[in-house]
Design a protein around this ligand. Structure first.
Ligand SMILES: Nc1ncnc2c1ncn2[C@@H]1O[C@H](COP(=O)(O)OP(=O)(O)OP(=O)(O)O)[C@@H](O)[C@H]1O
Length: 570
């Protein structure tokens, strides 16, 4: 910062020094020289001020942005359940806060720092006018402030519209067209023309609405501008017919022109956008606080479960959906065993896992871990006891080391972690993937980043499995695979599942799959249907019982050859 100030002030300073030198050697030019020296000093001061201002503005911008985005991130991460992301009445607000906070909230600082100097110049011009005529200065001040106020009101009206449904819809349309992961499907389905037409129509509607909003209040604005012109003309006419000297008239005209800066709109839109983000962030914080667990549990979950996880009369439906997913569900999962879960699409398999992990809370009934209500357990320690790979697991655009090591984040910084990561990779069958990476564990797993590498769906799955195994090294005792093998071929799936059974022996595991080739290996399988466990037993027992499981299995067996994949929902 100091260097910047010195650099900007150096030329005026050299100029001032030169003039000072001339004054001493040429006394005849002393008078002019003093004036020049004064100008040089003013220039130097102006440059220094500008440099300080720019540096301070940028620092403030960054700090404010980090502060506000930090608050959004903290608020979103503080939410211990998924309510604010999934409940229809809350999700839109959360989405808005998260998006708005990401849209350069520093606009507020930019706007204010743009606006303040102009306002200061406008006021200085007013003072200049007041030295010639106080009433003229007062009249013009009032008129320009009114004009500014009107212009701001117009802008605010159109701005209010800019977050309405049409803008939301248009922004979603262009996101469909621009998201790299959707580019394939958009082209294959020939959606490019449809998307650009749709965006064009939505944008036209927005522009029409904006024009409509701007037209409101135009008459009063026109009247105010007319008054400004009349007032200026009157003041000028009075000045010309009075006994003011040429200098005073020039001063007056300059001041009158400068006073228009009081209504200048530069920066107003930025202030408006920037300021509008603050209440949205506050609303997100309020939402999170309102939906926080009132009395979070404190009992440590470390090492649990040693006996069982029991769903006792659990009733659950997603708030706001009006649909009951589980109706007084009873289920016991013995610690150290593997449970396979099947059911038709929408039967509630993933929801069961969300309840088990504490991401959703039952409306009634209890989930007991070794006899202790899940609500009494410290959530953080319970989640360390559970590791899950969901269908839509995260493909972090980070190094291979992080992608696996994040399973036990506390150990990531330790020097011995690389060994553990490699061990987990070997167990998950991901060691050959790592072996082919150009920078080994340091390779970034993203084609979007420099020197990054992309993986196939199946390879990503192995990386995710390795991450879960890292979690086991970090203390996880319950492993969940929610449709873990959908992108692997039958042989690879079988290999993965066998590995999984070996690796998780002695741990509690829950496997959800639509493939019988996966599920049948579980010693115990349950069928979820209509919010209840309708069948419970080994593959052989369920087949012999001749219920839903047997029917689905036979239906597939008839449809597919013995080599084909067997999908439950076929
Ligand atoms: N966040 C949510 N808000 C409202 N309803 C939801 C939400 N998530 C899931 N549902 C609904 O709850 C029901 C159960 O969903 P869930 O994802 O648990 O089923 P699933 O058995 O895992 O299905 P699939 O086999 O298709 O993965 C479905 O009807 C689904 O539409």
């Amino acid at each position: 910062m100091l260097g910047c100030i010195v650099l900007t002030a150096i030329w005026p300073a050299i100029f001032a020094a030169l003039v000072a030198h001339l004054i001493t050697v040429l006394p005849a030019v002393a008078e002019t020289g003093r004036a020049l020296a004064g100008i040089a000093l003013v220039l130097a001061a102006q440059e220094v001020t500008r440099a300080v201002y720019e540096v301070a503005r940028w620092a403030l911008y960054r700090r404010y942005e980090e502060y506000l985005i930090g608050r959004v991130i903290r608020a979103a991460l503080d939410a211990s359940t998924l309510d604010i992301f999934e409940r229809p009445d809350l999700a839109a607000k959360t989405d808005r806060a998260v998006r708005i906070a990401g849209l350069e909230p520093g606009d507020l600082v930019d706007g204010l720092t743009m606006k303040w100097p102009l306002q200061a110049q406008g006021i200085a011009a007013g003072v200049l006018v007041a030295t010639v005529s106080v009433p003229a200065a007062a009249l013009l001040l009032v008129l320009w402030l009114l004009v500014g106020n009107r212009l701001q009101a117009n802008m605010r009206r159109s701005d209010q519209f800019s977050w309405e449904d049409a803008v939301h819809a248009a922004s979603y349309t262009h996101r469909i067209g621009l998201r790299p992961e959707w580019a394939k499907e958009v082209r294959i389905f020939g959606l490019t023309g449809w998307l650009s037409d749709r965006y064009g129509r939505q944008a036209a509607r927005i522009l029409a609405e904006l024009a409509k909003a701007r037209n409101v209040g135009q008459r009063s604005l026109t009247m105010l501008f007319t008054l400004v012109v009349v007032a200026n003309a009157t003041v000028v006419a009075g000045a010309l017919s009075g006994d003011l000297g040429l200098g005073a008239i020039v001063l007056l005209l300059q001041g009158m022109l400068g006073m228009s800066l009081l209504a200048d709109q530069s920066g107003d839109d930025l202030i408006e956008y920037g300021a509008s983000r603050v209440p949205v962030v506050l609303e997100l914080e309020r939402l999170v606080a309102d939906h926080a667990t009132p009395h979070p549990g404190t009992a440590s979950a470390s090492g649990r479960p040693t006996e069982s996880i029991v769903f006792e009369e659990v009733t659950f439906g997603y708030p706001g959906s009006g649909k009951v997913i589980f109706d007084r569900l009873n289920l016991e999962i013995r610690a150290g065993t593997s449970l396979g879960v099947v059911g038709l699409n929408g039967a509630g398999k993933t929801t069961l896992i969300k309840l088990l992990t504490g991401l959703e809370v039952p409306q009634s009934g209890r989930i007991l871990v070794d006899g202790t209500d899940l609500r009494e357990l410290d959530q953080e320690s319970w989640r360390k006891s559970v590791a899950a790979i969901f269908q839509d697991f995260i493909r972090y655009e980070l190094s291979a080391r992080d992608n696996i090591g994040l399973g036990a984040v506390e150990q990531l910084a330790q020097p011995s972690t690389d060994d553990q990561i490699e061990r987990s990779a070997v167990r998950a069958g991901a060691d050959t993937i790592l072996g082919r990476l150009p920078q080994g564990l340091d390779t970034t797993l993203s084609p979007r980043l420099d020197h990054g590498v992309d993986l196939s769906g199946g390879q990503w799955q192995r990386i995710a499995l390795a991450r879960t195994l890292m979690a086991v090294q970090g203390g996880a005792r319950v492993l969940v695979l929610d449709e873990p093998t959908a992108q692997l071929d039958v042989r690879a799936e079988s290999d993965l599942y066998n590995r999984f059974l070996d690796l998780t022996s002695g741990l509690t595991s829950v496997v959800i799959s639509h493939r019988f080739s996966t599920i049948r290996r579980s010693r115990r399988i349950i069928v979820l249907d209509g919010g209840q466990v309708t069948e419970d037993g080994s593959h052989e027992r369920l087949l012999a019982a001749g219920g839903t499981y047997a029917r689905m299995f036979r239906k597939q067996a008839m449809r597919f050859s013995s080599h084909a994949e067997e999908n439950i929902d076929e």
